[in-house]
Ligand binder design. Structure first.
Ligand code: SF4
Ligand code: SF4
Length: 444
């Protein structure tokens, strides 16, 4: 990798600019283009991985980032479908990970853009604040707050529309700090509770603990960290992400295995080496997605039959960013009588992508509609998705009420550890908004 100081020219500053040697690995073949959701939406070269890499190279040559360049970087979902597709092994995840913080440091965003981003990050990574907001969110759904927000506040409207319906009691529930293993103990694991996950998808955390315990693991679920910093990391807020990463390593660093059940969190923690150097890389090596972990050990708890047809949705931060594609499928296929079906265009993002559906609501809405349609076409009675953002996004755009569950909830039901896969959000909202494909540039 090029040294930072060698690249402290052009629009990039000296701290981790997009590395020229990584940029040079792109041979411009275009194999990644069909899998890039923004290229699929708009067909514009600069909204493709190849185009964005060219803009990163341009940033080394010109003095400033233009608004246009920033728009193309902002429109990238960070879904990493291009990483899966690229035959040359271009590490786009590193390149965009280097670019986003540069944009945040080197580009002045408009007042409303800054204010909205501040609002999002003052709320989402804080479980206490999210819990406090749950009654208000319930009320906002009941009164249809989305329709009450003037259309020009497009991001606020998107935020109101995404508010998941979660019972207050579920949002305030706490996991036991230690859950003993069932039967002979095979080891101890720590579970990252997450921020959004612990408040809006507490049932997923309960199911994860129950399955791990049933498989013979003592599960520690400390309250800290409140948030692993992945949302901030994937949005380019590097200092905040680093602080959260340090808190996470302090809280969970003594465990041999740290389990994540939210795709974005697992992916972010596996990137701690980029944020914290050696200590972060050592921690990252001990992070395991729950499917990855369970598929790597011999199943001990007997599975009982579930006569259902489930469509499996690949969360991008699991399938592309972590390369975890076969493990969730093999766990689901290990459940007797469970029929697992696959949607078309599995590799295309649903438009959730961390806080993308709040920051770029029109593009996210179109991707959400496409994903919901391809899942709907499977004719499944359930959808399994391993990321809270995907579950909320897909529920928003489905045209019929299909329960969306985490694969681990199905496993818990099959093992008989008493967790209802239908508990908690989300189910489909049936009023997908009609919006233009291109966001107006002035309203960012
Ligand atoms: S990122 Fe990879 S697939 Fe895409 S144009 Fe470059 S070399 Fe080809
Ligand atoms: S990360 Fe996703 S949206 Fe961004 S360039 Fe790659 S495929 Fe396109």
């Amino acid at each position: 990798m090029a040294s930072a100081s060698a690249s402290s020219q052009g629009a990039w500053d000296a701290h981790r600019p997009p590395a020229p040697d990584l940029i040079d690995e792109c041979v411009h073949c275009g194999f990644c283009l069909p899998t890039c959701p923004t290229y699929a939406l708009w067909g514009e070269e600069m909204d493709s991985p190849r185009g964005r890499i060219a803009l990163m190279a341009l940033g080394h040559e010109q003095a400033e980032l233009s608004d246009e360049m920033v728009t193309h970087f902002d429109r990238c979902l960070g879904c990493m479908a291009c990483v899966t597709a690229c035959p040359s092994g271009v590490q786009y995840e590193k390149l965009i990970g280097q670019t986003r913080p540069q944009v945040e440091r080197g580009h002045s965003r408009g007042l409303s853009d800054r204010a909205f981003r501040r609002l999002v990050f003052a709320l989402f990574p804080h479980p206490g604040r999210l819990r406090a907001a749950v009654p208000m969110l319930a009320l906002s759904r009941r009164v249809g707050a989305e329709r009450l927000v003037p259309a020009r506040f497009r991001r606020l409207r998107a935020m109101a529309a995404m508010a998941p319906a979660v019972p207050v009691s579920a949002a305030w529930g706490q996991l036991p700090e230690v859950t003993p293993a069932r039967g002979e103990r095979r080891g101890t694991v720590a579970l990252l509770q997450g921020c959004v996950q612990r408040v809006f998808f507490a049932g997923v955390n309960r199911a994860t603990v129950a399955v791990l315990a049933a498989e013979g693991y003592e599960v520690h679920a400390p309250r800290a960290p409140r948030c692993c910093g992945s949302l901030q990391l994937h949005t380019g807020y590097e200092d905040d992400a680093r602080a959260r990463a340090r808190e996470t390593v302090d809280a969970l660093g003594s465990y041999e295995t740290v389990i994540a059940n939210a795709a974005g969190c697992g992916s972010g923690m596996k990137e701690y080496g980029e944020l914290l150097g050696e200590s972060g890389a050592a921690f990252a090596g001990r992070v395991s997605d729950v499917h990855e972990f369970l598929a790597g050990v011999e199943a001990r708890a007997p599975r009982r039959a579930l006569r259902r047809r489930v469509a499996y949705h690949d969360a991008c931060h699991l399938a592309h960013a972590q390369g975890v594609r076969s493990q969730p499928r093999s766990l689901l296929r290990g459940i007797p009588r469970l029929e697992v079906v696959e949607p078309e265009d599995w590799e295309l993002c649903c438009g959730s992508a961390g806080v993308y559906n709040l920051l770029e609501p029109e593009a996210a809405a179109e991707l959400g509609r496409r994903k919901a349609a391809s899942l709907d076409a499977c004719g499944a009675e359930l959808i399994a998705a391993a990321n809270p953002g995907c579950a909320i996004q897909i529920a928003r755009y489905l045209n019929r009420p299909v329960p969306i569950v985490h694969p681990i909830e199905l496993l818990a039901e099959s093992i008989g550890v008493g967790v209802s896969p239908r508990a908690g959000p989300p189910t489909a909202s049936h009023q997908p908004p009609s919006t233009p494909h291109h966001p107006p540039r002035g309203d960012r």
